[in-house]
Design a protein around this ligand. Sequence first.
Ligand SMILES: Nc1ncnc2c1ncn2[C@@H]1O[C@H](COP(=O)(O)OP(=O)(O)OP(=O)(O)O)[C@@H](O)[C@H]1O
Ligand SMILES: O=C(O)[C@@H](O)C(=O)CO
Length: 429
Amino acid sequence: MSPGPELGCIADDFTGATDLAGNLAQAGRRAVVTVGVPASPVPDADAVVVALKSRTAPRQRAVGESLRAHRALAAMGCGRIWFKYCSTFDSTSEGNIGPVTDALLEATGAAWTIACPAFPAGGRTVYQGHLFVHGRPLDETGMRHHPLTPMTDSDLVRVLRPQTAYGVGLLPHQVLRAGHRAVLAHVARLTADGRVRTVVTDAVDEKDLAVVERATRHLPLVTGGSGLALSLPGGVPGARAVEAAPGPAAILAGSVSEATLAQTAHARRTLPARKLSAPDVLRSPADAAAAAVAWAAPHLAAGRTVVLHSADDREDVRRARERHGGAHGAAEQAVEETFAACARGLAERGVRRFVVAGGETSGAVVTALGVRTLRIGPAIAPGVPWTCASWRGRTVNLALKSGNFGDPDLFTAAQRYLDHPATTAPIRR
Ligand SMILES: Nc1ncnc2c1ncn2[C@@H]1O[C@H](COP(=O)(O)OP(=O)(O)OP(=O)(O)O)[C@@H](O)[C@H]1O
Ligand SMILES: O=C(O)[C@@H](O)C(=O)CO
């Protein structure tokens, strides 16, 4: 038996970290997310997930931070390492999926590993190496136009090859369907001459993932999305119970993905909502946040959940960029600073529950609240768990939602999963 946690995970963004930890909790693991590399061992955890902001960082930095995280997890005695990246394989020809995988192969001494982004419960499937999002090839989705990691090819073997120093193989569906022994024989052939060290795995449903899990449970390193976690056997019942803070809630939507825009539009029908004014935000994030918090105060006093959002559509972002006319990313930075200041102001006004949409926005909010660790609670949607953290010694609950996750009613339904965790487990297997 391993002396430390069963799993040590390195996530390349914050929402991805809680996504993986949430699925590990669904599989009965006591999962804890640390914001950045932990300075000391994490007690009472079966899985420690280190949340980094390395997805679009310069390659050297991403590799360096991931190795630092690996050293901390290895020092805790973690049995296996899991490199978590996006289920839409967000990367460029430079990386960072390939370079970080290469570095972790060396660090863990693994002869080979898998690249398994499939998350069927979240609509991500892989067939013959091609990634589909709710049945559409990746390159035909909005990811084609992502500003930082545009995904213009759904063939993951082709996408990964230029990113890694080693060969890339494919574990196709027909082999998977023949069972885990056939998988191991196939991989043995692929990796025989030592060139191929990463194997892209097909998986279109949970049955496929169960075979992948069975065939790879001996590996010191796995890489991929969070979907594989749902197939882990064993686990402790009740691992998802966390304290629910009393007190009002706020939705902070800084994501401009299609799913979030639909969720915001839905929530605005029934909840008090305010759009952050772009000119105000660009002039002074602090003043824009103060005005938003003042607007929220009477609604919060009346016990209502408030919604603060930054865009109705992508045009808003384009206009803000144009209006700002500054350095690349400056308008986005101002919006993130505003959400960060809103989170601080709202917490000071008694808000104890936050639903935050968007990876970057979540990073800004979690950092602003000075949160160091997140314990995982019940899920609102596949890949979106409630978490429990401490703010100035008080319990706060945070749900960090990846831009593209969740149904349109996610914001309005969120509270009920925290209040009634035992009766509402929305993950369909
Ligand atoms: N009106 C706006 N003008 C300029 N920038 C904006 C505006 N609204 C949001 N943004 C910025 O757009 C970025 C959205 O990124 P974020 O990661 O939060 O969401 P996402 O990309 O939809 O989600 P994910 O990364 O989880 O898929 C943030 O930097 C945010 O501050
Ligand atoms: O895997 C996913 O899709 C998410 O956890 C994510 O990483 C989005 O940023």
